[in-house]
Design a protein around this ligand. Structure first.
Ligand SMILES: NC(=O)c1ccc[n+]([C@@H]2O[C@H](COP(=O)([O-])OP(=O)(O)OC[C@H]3O[C@@H](n4cnc5c(N)ncnc54)[C@H](OP(=O)(O)O)[C@@H]3O)[C@@H](O)[C@H]2O)c1
Length: 329
């Protein structure tokens, strides 16, 4: 696969988001399937794996440690702290909690050092300078190599960067979620911070995986997300039809069109699609080979944008720790 830079790391242009192997969109896959996705990803050329202490409250980090631990020198490992505390879900940016979470993550991941360690969300009770200061201590102690932030505004990124260089910013970005275009991408480029795009296929929606009669399991976080509800969902399905037609024109799948669009938006953008399906994992890797003309890029953006997509990306409850500039939808 072609590569891109994240700070000192040269990584595959498409990274693997590992969350779904433990949690997120209903019942996770069996251990056997999860192993096929993870080990198959190494064979398919992925060299960037993204996890978090939060995902399955330790399950995801343990899975990666057990399955990929023997291959640790073949990939860049990213994990996150700040929304769990000693194996419990809790927004907590206290420096001592972040450091304890890192210790637990190192054990679970079966590694001596995490390459890229993100603050998953900013806990506003703690100045960003203090939380990033704790991560800077971890860099000095050799427990993590670089620092990232997730779902942070341009202003907060600048404050954090003044404490310690921020190697990557991870935020939702896809044709149907364009918030980073307001200010964050510009700030990243000014500071030399790579942009990691999470939920690049709109949590499955833009791959055409969720039909009008889809019944979400209780453990599926999309069950409460406005874009997947009622009239907003119905309106979004019409946008999806047009998006699928554009993918056919580009001779790729709709999921691949998402990644190709992101890659075309800048060589500092690294999408991390998540999947529980070994075939989708390979399909997503191949999206790095899809070239889009400027004319098709413009039509994608005219078709899917903040005016045509209906509903906020998160429910009210999930928005509380978000610090990003949000487009009104
Ligand atoms: N920093 C944060 O706060 C944050 C938040 C969310 C996610 N993330 C990270 O970003 C990663 C990806 O985000 P995400 O999983 O939320 O969203 P996503 O990648 O946009 O979508 C995942 C969904 O898309 C489906 N999918 C993926 N590739 C497909 C393909 N080629 N064809 C058909 N369906 C496909 C998957 O179903 P199948 O399993 O059937 O393929 C899954 O349901 C996560 O794993 C996690 O590492 C970070």
């Amino acid at each position: 696969m072609q590569t891109r830079k994240i700070g000192p790391f040269e990584v595959s242009a498409i990274g693997l988001g590992c969350m779904n192997l433990s949690w997120g969109y209903g019942t996770p896959p069996s251990r056997e399937v999860a192993e096929r996705v993870l080990l198959g990803a190494l064979d398919a050329g992925y060299t960037h794996f993204d996890t978090a202490a939060l995902y399955g409250l330790g399950h995801n980090e343990k899975l990666i440690g057990e399955v990929l631990g023997p291959h640790r020198d073949r990939f860049m490992l990213a994990s996150k702290c700040g929304v769990s505390n000693n194996g419990r879900r809790e927004l907590n940016g206290d420096p001592a909690v972040l450091k304890a979470t890192c210790e637990l993550s190192l054990q679970q991941l079966k590694t001596d050092v995490i390459d890229l360690y993100y603050l998953h969300r900013w806990d506003r009770r703690v100045p960003i300078e203090d939380s990033v200061g704790a991560l800077a201590d971890l860099v000095r102690e050799g427990k993590i190599r670089t620092i990232g932030l997730s779902e942070i505004s341009a202003a907060t990124l600048r404050r954090a960067h003044a404490v310690h260089p921020i190697t990557a910013l991870q935020t939702e970005y896809s044709p149907w979620t364009r918030n980073p275009e307001v200010a964050v991408l510009e700030a990243c480029r000014e500071l030399g911070t790579a942009f990691v795009a999470f939920s690049p296929v709109g949590r499955g929606f833009l791959a055409g995986r969720v039909s009008a009669d889809h019944i979400f399991e209780d453990t599926d976080i999309r069950k409460t997300m406005p874009r997947f509800q009622g009239e907003d969902f119905a309106a979004n399905l019409k946008v999806l039809d047009a998006f699928k037609a554009l993918a056919a024109e580009a001779a790729c799948t709709p999921a691949q069109l998402c990644m190709a669009w992101l890659l075309a938006k800048g060589d500092d953008i690294i999408p991390i699609p998540g999947t529980t399906n070994p075939d989708h994992m390979v399909e997503n890797a191949r999206s790095a080979q899809v070239a889009l003309s400027p004319e098709l890029l413009a039509r994608i953006e005219a078709t899917v944008n903040a005016r045509t997509v209906h509903g906020h990306r998160y429910s009210e409850a999930m928005r509380i720790p978000i610090d990003t500039e949000e487009l009104a939808t």
